[in-house]
Every structure is written in C-alpha cells, then in structure tokens.
Design a protein around this ligand. Sequence first.
Ligand code: FDA
Length: 294
Amino acid sequence: MLPHLPEKLVWQFSKRYIAGETMEDGIAVARQLNAEGIEVTMDLLGEFISNLQQAEANKNNYLELIDRFTSEKIKGNFSLKPTMFGLLLDQEVCYQHLRAIVQKAKDCNSFVRVDMEDSQCVDPELDIFKRLKKEFSGYVGLVVQAYLRRTFNDIMDLNKLPANGHPLNFRLCKGIYIEPAEIAYKEYQSVRDHYIEDLEFMLRHQIYVGIATHDKYLVEQALELIKRYRVSKDLYEFQMLYGVTPDLRKSIVEQGHRMRVYVPFGKDWFGYSTRRLKENPKMANHIIKALFFR
Ligand code: FDA
C-alpha cells in the first residue's frame, strides 16, 4: 500500500508526464511534438466518474478537442477510456457517447482509439469496439494488452470481423493494471514473449499496429520483425507516453519510423497519477528518480 501522497509531491513527479490541466496546455504540447516530426494521441484525464452528467461533459470536451485539432491542423488523433463515458454505470449510454465522438472524428477525417482498462472492462470494451468498427471501420481502433492470457485469442477472433474496407487497427501494449495470475502473465519475460507473439501475428496479417512500448528489447524485436516481413511503413507506428524515454523515442524517429506520443491532460492529473501509482507500485521508483535525479 502506498501512503497518502501530498499533491505537491505527486505534481513533482507528474509534470513530466502530463501536458497540463487545460485544453490549451494539451494543444501546446501537441504542437511542440508535431514540430519534432511526431504525431500525438490526446487523452483527456478523468477515468472514474460517479454520474452520467460527467460522462456527457467528457463527451462534449472530446468533441471540442476534435474541432480544435481540425481547425488548427494539428497532426494527431484521440484516445479515450470508456469508463469516463459511463461504461460501468450504463453501457448503452457509454456506447452512444463513443459513437458520437467517433462520428465526429469521421466527419473530421480523424481517428479514435479505445483504450483498454482493467480486466472487468475487457468484454464490454470489446463489444463496444465491435459495434463501432462495423459502422466506422477506418476511424476507430482498440488497445490490446499482451499480459492478458486471453489476448491472443481475442486478436484472432477480432481478425475474423468483416474488414469493411479498412484493416483492423490495434495498439499493442504490455498492460498496466494489477491483475491476478489466472488472468494475466506475471513474469516479466513471459509478458515480453507474448507481446512478440501478438505483434508477429498482427504484422503477418496486415493488421495496422501501434507498437506501444518503451522497452528497448521489444523495440529491437519489433524492428527485426518489420524487416523480416517487409512491413510497409503505412501499416505500423511506434507509440510512447509523453515524457518517457525521450532518447529511445528520438532514435526511432531518426531511423525514419512513424512515432506517436500519448499526451494526457486535464484537471484530474492528481487522480490519474495516484491511481497509476496504486495500480503499479513499480511507478514509485519513477517518482523517486524524477525527484532526485532531475
Ligand atoms: P516497461 O514497463 O518494462 O518499461 C521499459 C522501460 O521504460 C522502463 O525500464 C523505464 O525505464 C521506462 N518506463 C516505462 N514506463 C515509464 C514511466 N511511466 N515513467 C518513466 N519511465 C518509464 N496500458 C493499458 O493497460 N491500457 C492502455 O490503453 C494503455 N495505453 C498505452 C498507450 C501508450 C502509447 C503506451 C506507451 C502505453 C500504454 N499503456 C496502456 C501502458 C502499458 O501497458 C505499459 O504499462 C507501459 O507502457 C510500460 O510498459 P513498457 O512496454 O514501456 O515496458
């Protein structure tokens, strides 16, 4: 258990990883990254809601953000967490909010990625994704987590969906939530091995993949697979979190691969940071590093 953490201390750690509290802060960071040849995916913070008015407000904020990106010609797309739109309160309301956001993205020729949350959310998030994919094929994608025992089967199952003119579009990550051993692989190398197995399947089946990792070993393995299968540059990209491993990020960009940075912003930065710390106590090491090795 982590002790109660004062807001000031958490901010010291978080400011490297969060664009700021406002939409303006998010947009400023997006512009900066665009200037370095990097695209973004924007994440409005605020996962846990207690009523559907908050879900509605979150939807409106995303709609405004998509408008701002379009009118200001910022290169990027949008990531969202279904729990912010009421997934755990009313799944149909959540679906309708996501549908409105993806419709907006389609109207603006943009793209929305549905983040994957903890294991209780996986089935409802898969259901919502399948419905959205049917209607908005090229404008919506999903995150899959290599640490889940079920993931390889889920990928194969999703690969059977009718293409509707566009390949599937996944972000592949290790997975951040603490899950029991019956549900998730726990051993570090085993998660890596499954990550590579999932990635190889995607690259061999022309599924678009956002290779989301800061693990140098996985980046090297991914580059090998891309070479081995002669994967076209328009079928993959690398993805990293804002503020994490900027040197590795730079070296990938310099080798000519597309890079997208996940940019979280919003008033709920405190909740976001402390939840991340509770979910993954390893992050506490990053706090200490950020505080003492600045
Ligand atoms: P690993 O954790 O082994 O990290 C490798 C190295 O990177 C570490 O040794 C450290 O140096 C550095 N590092 C990693 N994370 C860091 C951090 N936060 N601060 C400082 N240094 C850090 N998860 C999920 O469950 N659902 C989701 O939707 C997403 N979405 C998502 C989007 C994007 C763009 C990324 C990059 C990641 C996610 N994740 C996620 C999180 C993901 O599942 C995973 O927890 C983290 O990326 C850490 O795993 P790595 O593969 O980077 O390896």
